[in-house]
Design a protein. Structure first.
Length: 183
């Protein structure tokens, strides 16, 4: 019997007959659609999250992503990661994030809605809605706010905050610096 929160497939003529007779979606021949899981509330979500998280991690491992502790990383299903990239414990990848190949992300890094080039390291930092080039080092303890374009071969060092700025290739911002609304 079809219930709220389910996605079912059934023959149209069967649905039409049930709707005309009973004004319900209870079709005996209905089948739960592949790829859909019934969710009844917060408890169901809490039970499903570890299984779905594990599935996402296994998919990335199969594509050549390395993880020191797969149970200690969180990857949004929209994220893509290049082969050879290492995710260290405490890494959180969210949104429409694209990570290149042979990067090191973490430990304790959060990357949200970003594009990150190849051979880049993001160490214990937060990077949001920005583009980070190749062979670039971010952190530890850096904060890249939305709207930044950080080029190739750059160092954004300890306790650096960058906001709505474009940082040219080869630039070094070593430590204890705020760069805002700049080119």
């Amino acid at each position: 019997e079809a219930g709220p929160g389910f996605a079912y497939a059934a023959a149209g003529y069967e649905l039409q007959a049930v709707w005309q007779e009973k004004m319900t979606n209870a079709v005996s021949a209905a089948e739960l659609l592949s790829g859909w899981l019934p969710v009844f509330g917060p408890q169901t979500i809490a039970e499903l999250e570890p299984m779905l998280r594990d599935r996402i991690v296994r998919e990335h491992l199969a594509r050549g992503v390395r993880m020191m502790d797969p149970a200690a990383v969180y990857i949004d299903p929209r994220v893509s990661i290049g082969p050879g990239t290492a995710l260290l414990p405490g890494t959180i990848l969210r949104g429409e994030t694209r990570i290149g190949s042979w990067c090191t992300i973490g430990p304790n890094a959060m990357v949200r809605d970003c594009t990150v080039g190849d051979d880049t390291e993001i160490n214990a930092s937060q990077v949001n809605e920005s583009t980070i080039g190749s062979r670039t080092h971010v952190g530890p303890f850096a904060y890249v706010r939305p709207g930044c374009t950080i080029g190739d071969d750059i160092k954004v060092g300890d306790f650096v905050e960058v906001k709505n700025s474009s940082i040219g290739d080869g630039t070094k911002i070593s430590h204890l610096t705020y760069v805002g609304d700049s080119d």
